[in-house]
Ligand binder design. Sequence first.
Ligand code: GLC
Length: 730
Amino acid sequence: MDKKALENLLHDMSLEEKVMQLVQIPGSEYEADAEITGIERGQVKDDVKRLVGSTLGVWGSKSLKRIQEQYIKEHPHHIPLMFMLDVIHGHKTVFPCPLGQGATFDPEAVKKGAEVQAKEASADGVHATFSPMADLCRDARWGRIMESTGEDKLLNSRMAAAMVEGYQGDDLKDRNHIAACVKHFAAYGAGEGGRDYNNTELSEHTLREHYLRAYDEAIKKNPVMVMTSFNTINGIPATGNKFLMKKILRDEYGFKGVLISDWAAVGEMINHGFAEDQRDAALKAMEAGVDIDMCSGCYSGHLVELVKSGAVSEAAVDEAVLRVLNMKNDLGLFEDPFRGIDTETGAVVTAESRSLARKVAAESLVLLENKNKALPLKNGKTAFIGPFANTKRLQSSWAFSGEDENTVTVYEAAQEVYESDKIKVSEGSTIMDQDAVTARGKCHVDNWEEENEKLLKEAVEAAKWADTIVLCIGEDSTQTGEATSKASLKLADVQLNLLNEIKKTGKKLITLIFTGRPLELKEVAEVSDAMLVCWLPGTEGGHAVMDVLSGKVSPSGRVPASFPYTVGQEPLHYDIYPTGRPKPENGPSEYSSRYLDCENYALYPFGYGLSYTTFEFGDVKLSADKMTAKDKITVSAKIKNSGDVKGEVTPQLYIRDVAGSRVRPVRELLDFKRITLEPGAEEEVSFEINEEQLRFWTAEEKWASEPGKFFVWIANSSRDGKPAEFLLQM
Ligand code: GLC
């Protein structure tokens, strides 16, 4: 439809029709085959349901075709309904959870994964996904760190931008692409205490320098939507926050797309104590420029009256409605309301999608310990023990449209590699302690005690039989994701008990950690010969794990979010400020910024990860030791594979601005790349630094670089390397 026709359509619509285009209701209100919202039908009156602009949480080519046919027929102007869904890390083919995708440090692979996810979702009738999540997160207590790509603004920027490109492609009318939605705007990951839906207290420079960066970079890729976040920023809910939504998002970022609230976030401004009632909440959301109210009922219940009373101008409503109609038009829905629906097969897992998922999952695995080259696995009798050894639940709570039965378990994959008489499997324990609380309530197992005694006994028998034990433990997928903040980062006691009992057998112990967040792994590391973090690896998780354990693929994942010694260190991140009394790396540290009972730094820091080979990083070389704003400096270093197998390494470029009008982090990631080196091979990697990359939010409240000394590293983690120096001159 051309612009004029769209404007004519808008002009012909009644006020009520226009308002309802700004309303989104749960998909459970429709007779849909596949529902996730689980909210009982009938909460929305029919006269609203037949006019709403969009729905969410349903998929399925046949049911969405049927719903769309009926909706268009009944709508006074036959405007198509939009179907939105949380395709967070997979639709039918499930990729690693986003934190695992962050660990790949491979934006290109992540983009390809998003392309597959978009194609599958579109075949099932989905028009838009609520992804990427660009929230920076420094606090592992927050369950949604699983949905982020970690603690670093640059890594998150590259990943979020790659996902937008993968979902949307170059042409949104292309049926293999869907609309992206950058969320949760903004700073949702900074909630006090690591708790969801909470307040965040952030200075403008921390907000701008760290928390906003990935949204900014992702929005430069023109996502169709942005979603407001549940948190307040300095006392003002994001969903009613004009500074965020008008000044930053619309004016500074130039975002012209659709701003959708998070689920019921408009109405939750009442709970926050920012709105008096639903009418007031609707008014405040409109004043902040929220286009679509997701499932709160505030717009459908009050916006018509707000316009009639003059509290909200009809022009403001028209502006919002035009953005929604433009979204439908850009998706090609007016010409083809069934654009992507494949009623023959719908979305299916294919050999190609599995192959890509397997590659990305293998790249996501982070080898944290490998004592005496315990890995890759040698031949011999191997027991796969633990609650994750043979489970198909290797995906997160946000991969609900991906059927578990498609998942390849670790043991199933091992059976493809080992002779049957060389492997055993044993569950070993339940994942959780009795009555552990999950996102779905308390997890109570009848006869839990007896069950675990039996499991443990069988596991110890299997361990005694084996030469090597692959212990598969971790965090249940219902204990990570939304509303799953935890005050402890320890593994369940029942699993730690399994670990210690297995260790008593004295066999070689390879520990795999399946988790959606950094955990406290010090005691696990101490008793393991090798330790591999597998995140929630998705449909091809078993194959990916075996590819790495067998040595077919050398591990290349890097820590995307710091692993602490203890939860008491949280929030924890590498790009800290030096303080007035930095704790000395060695020697006495009295009267310095330190803990009496713990390290300041992470047990496994950002950017860290082992390979099956070793790499030697040469000294950093600079093309010049000074630069002005007009120049660039080329920074290079030779990297050698000093081991005896091929490996992938991710050299990371860090800088430190030694002094500024505001204090500056001890290190900041400026760039990274993945390279593959054959044994003995050496390659010179180089990066360019320009003045723009040295800018920060200065004491004069503007983006600028400042003259002075900089340290620069090309390193194998945020804690490695020896810096070179250069001067920025004005
Ligand atoms: C949820 C989440 C958001 C998701 C939305 C729709 O509460 O906060 O990430 O996209 O609702 O399911």
